[in-house]
Design a protein around this ligand. Sequence first.
Ligand SMILES: *Cc1c(COP(=O)(O)O)cnc(C)c1O
Length: 751
Amino acid sequence: MRRDRHLPKKSKQEVEADAINPMDVLDMMADDDMPEEQASRPQPRNPRRRHAPRGRRPVETPAVEAKGRGIFITGTDTGVGKTVALCVLGTLLQKKGLNIGVMKPVQCGGQDADILSRMFDPKDDMQDINPFKATAELPPHVAFHQEKIRFHPQTVLDKYNRIREKHDLTLVEGAGGLMVPLFDTYFMADLIKDMDLDVVLVARLGLGTINHTLLTLRQAEDAGLNVIGVIFNEPALSPRGMAERTNPSTIRRMSRVPVLGIIPHLGQPAPEQYQAEIVKRCSRTMNIKPLLRKSPEARPLPWGAWDKQVIWHPFTQMKDWLKEDPLVIHKAKGSYVEDVSGRKYIDGVSSLWVNVHGHGHPVLNRAIKEQVNRLSHSTFLGLSNVPAIALAKKLVEIAPSGLQKVFYSDSGSTAVEVAIKMAYQYWHNRGKNRKTLIAHLAHSYHGDTCGSVSVGGIALFHKVYEKLIFKTLEIPFPDFYRSPEGKTYPGYTEECLQAMAETFKRRQHELAAIVVEPLVQGAAGMIVWPEGVLKKIRELCHKYNIFLIADEVATGFGRTGTMFACEQEKVSPDFLCIAKGLTGGTLPLAATLTTQRVFDGFCYDYESQKTFFHGHTYTGNPVCCAAALANLSIFEKEQTLQKLQPKIKYLTKALQRFSALPHVGDIRQKGFMVGIELVADKTLKTPYAWKDKIGVRVCWEARAKGVILRPLGDVIVLMPPLSVSRSEMDQLLDAAYEAVKNVTAESAAAE
Ligand SMILES: *Cc1c(COP(=O)(O)O)cnc(C)c1O
C-alpha cells in the first residue's frame, strides 16, 4: 500500500527534513568530528555529508559561520599552556584569513595579555582585552581582595561584546581552570556560561592528565558548557612514552569529546619567528575546523519542519501552526529563552506561568542533578521517599493554617481532580450520600482532564464535551469589566454574594464543595476579584458545611505578591491545589493539601473499602520534589517576596501608559499577573471578531521584537518570572506596548 498517496505534497523544506535522520543528528551533537589520524573507531556519520549529492564535493564549512563568535580557552590546571594553545589556534585561524580578536579577562601576574595583544595586534583597547589585572600571582579572588579590585562579570561581558563585534572570531583565555573562583559564589565556569562561549580545553600530555582532563570535562558538562575539543600541550622536549602516546585516544574514547591535536614542544623561537614556527609545526596536526562552526546544537537543522511532521501542540489550531515557522527553543537563562538559531527572547509569560526565579537557576539545577544521582524514581504506592516527605513538611509549614496533609500528583488538572474526588468521597464515606454536587464560579478554569474540565466555566473549553463531563453548579461571579447591563459596583458584587448565599442555603444538602481560583481568574483573562469576596465565600462554606477548594495552581508561589493568594484575605481553604510554580518552573509536580478533618474521613478499617483509590504512577517523584524544595529555599535565601513588592509597584506604574491606547479596554493586575484586554471599540467594549486573532497577532509582533507572549483570546498576558530585572521589565513592556499599538492601529485601518 502506498502510504503517502493521501498525504499533501511536501514542501521543499520538508523533503530536506526527511533526508536527515534526527537520531544521527543527536549522535553527531554528542560526538563531533576529530582529526582523521586520531580516529580509532568508526567516524560518526555526518548526515549532511552522507546525503550530499553524488559526484559533488561536500561544501566546506564557510568561515562566516564563526563571525562575531568567541571561544573560551581553559586549562585542566594553571601552567598547562593555555597561552601557547591560544597562539597556535589564533595563528592557524589567521592564516585562513580570519580576523582574530583576543581577550584575557582576568590576569593575576604574568604578561599573557600583552603577549596576545602583540602577537595578534587586534587594535582593541588594552582595557578591553584585559579588564581585570592584578599584579600578584595568586588565585584571582585572593589577588583581587588584596589589591582592592572589585570583579564584575558584567564588565567582562560588556568588554567582550565590544571586542567580538570587530572580529570574525575572538579567543578568550581563562585563568587556571573551570573551578577557579572569581569571588566566593562565582567561578570561571560561571563566567564562561554568562559569556555564552564554547570551550576548548588545554591539557598536559603526560602522566596524570587523564584524571585532570576527565574531571574538567565532567565539570564542564555539569556546568552546561559545550566543549568543542581538547588540545594537548607538550611542555618539554622529552621522548613520548606510552602514556603520552595513549592519553589522547583514551580521553577521547572515555569522554566522547574530540581531540583537536597535540602541540609539539615549540622551544623558544624569537618573537618575530613564533608564528612562522607554529604554521610550520602545527598546520598539519591541528584540526581547527570545529572552531569555525557554531556549537553543533545551534546549527540550522530543520527542527521546525520536523516539528510540523510529528508534533501535535496543546491548545493549538494545527492547521494554522502548519502554515507558520515554529519557534524552537533549545536553551534558556534567567528571563531569556533562546531558539535554535541563537536568537534570544524575554520569557514574558514565564513559560506559561511556571517560572519563578528565572531559567537555569544554579540552586535548582544543582538540586535536580544531585537528586538524580541519588534516586530518580521509586513508587509512592506502598513506599515513601525522602524528598517527598521533606517537601510535604515544608508545604504544610508555609500553607494557610489547617492544611496538614499533602497528596501529590503531576499537574494542575490532576491536583484539582484529586480535590474534587476527595471532597465527593468524604461525604460518601460519612454517609451523606446526597452531597454530590460540585459548584464552581462563572468564567472558571481548573484544567483539562474530564474531571477538571467539568468544573470549568469557559464554554469554549467544555462545550464540546458536554455529554462526557459531569453536571455541576455554576455560580454567577462579578466581572468588573463585563458586568451585565445596568449592574454597577460594588452593588453587583453584593448581589452575586447574596445569590450565592441563597443557593448555598437552598442546596446545602446536595453541595459537596465549591472550587475557586482565589483573587484572580487566570485563564478567563486575568479577571481580578473584588476585595473581600474570598473571605465571604469562606464564611458561607463554613456556614453551610460545604468544602472550599482553592485552586492556586496559577496564583501560588508569589504570583499575586504573597506566597499564596488566600493569605491576602486570611483564608484557609479545605483543599489547596498547587502546581505551576511549585518546582520553580522546572519539572511537573502538583499537590493537593487538605485538613485533618478530610483525612480522618478516609481512615476506616481496611475492609470498609473507604480508601482513596486514586494515584498516578509518578506520584511523589523524588526529583520533582527535590526541585520544589530548592524552589522554596530560593524564596527564603533570595527574599523573593520582599524583592517582588517594589517590582509590582513599578509594573503598576508602567502599565498606566497602556490605558491611553485607543483599543486597550481594560488593564487588570494582581501582583505579577497582568491582563490587557483589547477591544474593537473602547466606549462600547465591543470585542474583536474571533477571526481577527488580535491577541495572537499582537504576540507575533512582540515576538519579532524579542519577547515571547501568549494571549488569552483578546487579552494580552504579561507574567514575567518573579526574578525579572527592571530593565528586562522595561524591554518586555516596551515590546508589548509597541505591539499592541501597531497591531490595533493596523486592524483599525483595515476596517
Ligand atoms: C493552569 C491551570 C490549571 C491546570 O494546570 P495543568 O498543569 O495545565 O494541568 C488548573 N487551574 C488553574 C487555575 C490554572 O491556571
